[in-house]
Design a protein around this ligand. Structure first.
Ligand SMILES: Nc1ncnc2c1ncn2[C@@H]1O[C@H](COP(=O)(O)OP(=O)(O)OP(=O)(O)O)[C@@H](O)[C@H]1O
Ligand SMILES: [Mg+2]
Length: 367
């Protein structure tokens, strides 16, 4: 009897100890069983949702969700009970939560499952992302406004400059002509930076429009060669297009895909130094078609690999950099590929060259 008392005491102490740890965690931790009943609700969860643990323990998790999610969640748990297939486990979806006050707010939930005493327990680590979303919104509005405000006066500067430079207003002395040319070139750089920024904001906030159509790979590839003909005069682009791939079709917005591949080609040329070899390669994978641009240029250092698709990230970011560009090309390309249902990636060894690729599902539908 005494032994049982002691065991109970030990268990009680262990539970208190675990609860104390859970309560120091800055993220909300909410555990539910397979029926959706709340079994754990730590201090941070109380702060996030406005309920005390006593109010929610034993209640259904639906209490913490807006109606639309709550219905879907029941289906999800039912489906899990039948199929044991937990699609969201291991992911970190952004969803909506509901506070005690009724306020709906954005949360990020990292989900895992644990088997405990023969039953399945789902553990959700909940983060309130209201502030992050607000800042993202502010930032994208700010960029959109500033870029718009800059574009108008910039057009008023570059159009007259082009007119002066053309000589239609009178022949210019050589010195004036070369000065206006520099001014024009810088106007163009500024315009393309502003356009890139706007483009990035539009695509990443989901406001960009895509005109998705089916295209044969051969048609797309020949367009890339044509578009980049002048840039690659010193760098004739080699084409590697197996016949089986040429006839494949993918569903894309053609202009946007050409923008992605144009950036791959311009990077390949720009970062190739003396090794003048750029290859455009299309291959059929199991369910997808991959288009790659392969160069034998300077390559990308290992420590830079996980930053390459971030905005403004350039291996040589110094002001004395020799190569032009703003470091937005790949960030935009990634957003564009994602928005069209594709994937983007690369492989590279420093000093040996790089391969940048974009991949889309093969389309089986008739065009
Ligand atoms: N093929 C490549 N070989 C070596 N480095 C590359 C290659 N492609 C990209 N990089 C590195 O990644 C950086 C980012 O590329 P990204 O296309 O985003 O920007 P950028 O070319 O510098 O400027 P932008 O495309 O905006 O004009 C480059 O500055 C370069 O350091
Ligand atoms: Mg680029």
């Amino acid at each position: 009897m005494q032994a049982t008392d002691q065991t109970e005491q030990t268990l009680f102490e262990a539970a208190k100890y675990n609860q104390a740890i859970l309560d120091t965690v800055a993220d909300g931790i909410v555990c539910i069983d397979a029926r959706g009943t709340i079994r754990t609700f730590n201090k941070a969860s109380e702060e996030i949702f406005g309920y005390t643990a006593e109010e929610v323990l034993g209640q259904k998790i639906n209490l913490l969700m807006p109606r639309s999610h709550a219905d879907r969640h029941d289906d999800y748990l039912d489906n899990y009970a039948k199929t044991r297939e937990a699609k969201l486990i291991g992911s970190r979806p952004e969803v909506e939560g509901k506070r005690k006050s009724g306020e709906i707010f954005p949360i990020e939930v990292a989900l895992t499952e644990v088997a405990y005493n023969g039953e399945m327990i789902f553990v959700g680590v909940v983060r309130d992302i209201t502030e992050r979303k607000r800042i993202e919104q502010l930032k994208s509005e700010f960029i959109a406004t500033v870029s718009h405000e800059l574009r108008t006066p910039l057009t008023s500067i570059s159009a007259p400059l082009a007119l002066i430079h053309s000589g239609k207003l009178g022949t210019l002395p050589q010195m004036v002509s070369s000065t206006t040319e520099i001014a024009m070139r810088n106007c163009q750089r500024l315009t393309s930076l502003i356009n890139d920024l706007l483009d990035f904001e539009k695509t990443s906030s989901g406001r960009a429009k895509f005109n998705m159509q089916l295209y044969r790979i051969e048609e797309l590839i020949s367009q890339v060669l044509q578009d980049n003909f002048t840039m690659s005069e010193d760098f004739p682009i080699r084409l590697n297009l197996p016949q089986e791939t040429a006839d494949e079709r993918i569903l894309v917005d053609k202009e946007r895909l050409l923008q992605i591949l144009g950036n791959f080609v311009s990077n390949a040329v720009k970062f190739s130094d003396d090794e003048k070899s750029v290859e455009l390669y299309a291959e059929r994978k199991t369910d997808t078609v991959r288009i790659s641009v392969v160069d034998r240029g300077i390559g990308i250092p290992e420590e830079f690999h996980d930053r390459i698709f971030q905005r403004f990230s350039q291996v040589d970011g110094s002001t004395t950099r020799k190569k032009g560009g703003t470091g937005l090309g790949l960030a935009i390309s990634k957003e564009l590929a994602k928005s069209m249902g594709g994937e983007i990636g690369f492989s590279s060894n420093e000093g040996q060259g790089s391969t940048f690729w974009v991949e889309f599902p093969q389309e089986r539908r008739p065009s």
